[in-house]
Ligand binder design. Structure first.
Ligand SMILES: *Cc1c(COP(=O)(O)O)cnc(C)c1O
Length: 366
């Protein structure tokens, strides 16, 4: 009889056996403020129209792997510079995996593994994807005010020679925008030796972008997603870069990675982008209000955010999260992610009513 434990030990990579799974808490019955989702759905009339469009989708066929109509809609509506195309992913999570899988090690003799770098704390998928792709991940700590430590980044680039650097703009989980001149300095320092991915997952809220810098920097990739804009459920991410570079990443993309229901729903949503943009504006208004209310609470430090979430430091994050959980409010405890985030929590900006529920529960927890 085959011993399953032995089988796993013999066949599964040691580093995979050693990690825990990506934990997503059960959220049924909770006010869900832990995952940066847009709380609003499409209005009823649009949902009815979308239903009819989805009913017409050719579920019996494979998607057309060029995804030309969807890509054209993205290019036209989402500010892709003229002459640039996009590569689509099953969420930007998949794009991160594609990027980490495609990059090379710097030593021609293969003596070292490829290096992926990012300022930390950062989005966890950067390091996870690097690891699973067989690359080394180097995290360079940001400063206590969450700004980039440019000298440390440049020194780490010099030492480790990364082929790929991720810069989230704004950063998750901190919410702030790095200084654009610092980011340019990193892009310039890498030049021909490394690709810089500016991850603009929160661009619908931040309203700033590196898109128009693409022509100056052949080593720049700009990556975005429809998730935070209100379509997290359909899983669609996109990225753009100079055509020859994009073509290399395109080879690694599974040919039918975006399913037909996602394609139809995304095309429909882009026809009604104004609706999603208005929702983002509402959330930005609420972000300002929520930040101001939080700043008025005793012992609470609020960090500036350009995203649809706010990072804050409380006297006891463990206690706050536990009590909020008891009040059926889910938020994210950042404390264990990095020493810079001691007693920090992250809350998604939601409807006025849900934000008030959070505020009331947080006040009671302090
Ligand atoms: C949420 C998030 C993503 C993931 O987006 P998906 O398209 O839903 O996979 C990517 N990058 C950052 C920084 C994020 O916060």
């Amino acid at each position: 009889m085959t011993d399953i434990a032995k089988l796993i030990e013999n066949t599964i990579r040691a580093d995979v056996r050693a990690v825990g799974g990506y934990h997503v808490p059960d959220s049924v019955g909770y006010v869900k403020l832990d995952a940066m989702e847009n709380p609003y759905q499409l209005p009823d009339d649009l949902r009815t129209q979308l239903g009819a469009r989805l009913a017409d989708a050719a579920l019996n066929r494979y998607p057309v792997p060029s995804y030309r109509t969807l890509k054209d809609a993205i290019c036209a509506k989402l500010g892709i510079p003229a002459g640039y195309d996009v590569l689509l992913g099953n969420g930007s999570d998949e794009l991160i995996t594609i990027l980490a899988t495609t990059i090379a090690r710097q030593e021609r003799d293969g003596s070292k593994r490829a290096v992926v770098m990012a300022p930390v704390p950062a989005f966890v998928m950067f390091s996870r994807s690097a690891q699973f792709a067989g690359a080394d991940f180097v995290g360079v700590p940001i400063k206590p005010d969450f700004s980039l430590d440019l000298p440390a980044m440049l020194a780490a680039i010099d030492e480790h020679k990364p082929s790929l650097v991720f810069l989230a703009y704004p950063n998750n989980p901190t919410g702030n925008l790095y200084d654009a001149a610092d980011m340019e300095a990193i892009i310039n320092a890498l030049g021909e030796s490394g690709v810089v991915v500016v991850d603009e997952a929160y661009q619908p809220f931040a309203k700033v972008s590196f898109m128009d810098r693409l022509p100056q920097h052949p080593n720049l990739v700009v990556m975005r997603t429809l998730s935070k804009l209100g379509l997290a459920g359909i899983r669609l991410g996109y990225m753009t870069a100079a055509a020859p570079l994009l073509a290399e990443f395109e080879k690694v993309r599974p040919p039918y990675n975006v399913n037909i229901l996602t394609q139809v729903a995304a095309e429909f949503a882009l026809e009604h982008l104004d609706v999603l943009d208005r929702q983002a504006e509402l959330l930005n208004v609420e972000r300002t209000r929520l930040a101001a209310e939080l700043a008025g609470l005793p012992g609470v430090e609020v960090f500036p955010s350009a995203a649809n979430f706010i990072a804050l430091r409380v006297p006891d994050a463990e206690r706050a999260c536990k009590l909020l959980h008891g009040e059926k409010v889910l938020i994210k405890n950042l404390s264990k992610m990095h020493t810079l985030l001691a007693n920090c929590i992250r809350v998604t900006v939601s409807t006025p009513q849900e934000n008030d529920q959070f505020l009331t529960a947080l006040k009671a927890s302090l």
